[in-house]
Design a protein. Sequence first.
Length: 119
Amino acid sequence: MIRPIKNNDQYESALSRIYGLIQKKLKKNSAESNELEVLSVLVKEYENVHFPMEKPNPLNAIRFRMEQQGITEAELSTILGHRTRKSEILSGKRKLSLTMIRRLNKTLNIPADVLIQDY
């Protein structure tokens, strides 16, 4: 029977079970695939509470996404509006405007809550 994860031993046990289930070729909507899905949700929730991850710095998020998507600095200039702004933004001399945040969110799919943080 699946139960909430309340301590590290239960967490480790759930991870072990998830690993075992992942190794199998599970049929969609089978009892074991449903178990895997539920355990994954429970583990994720436990990790969110006990091992929270900080949001990345906005500038690091922009650089990371540029690298992931193969976006050049010239293309970033187009997204931000001006070439000089791109340099000022990436060097930390200028803060992102609301318009820039919206554009970065839409074109690079960086969450707005990451981009609005102080840096």
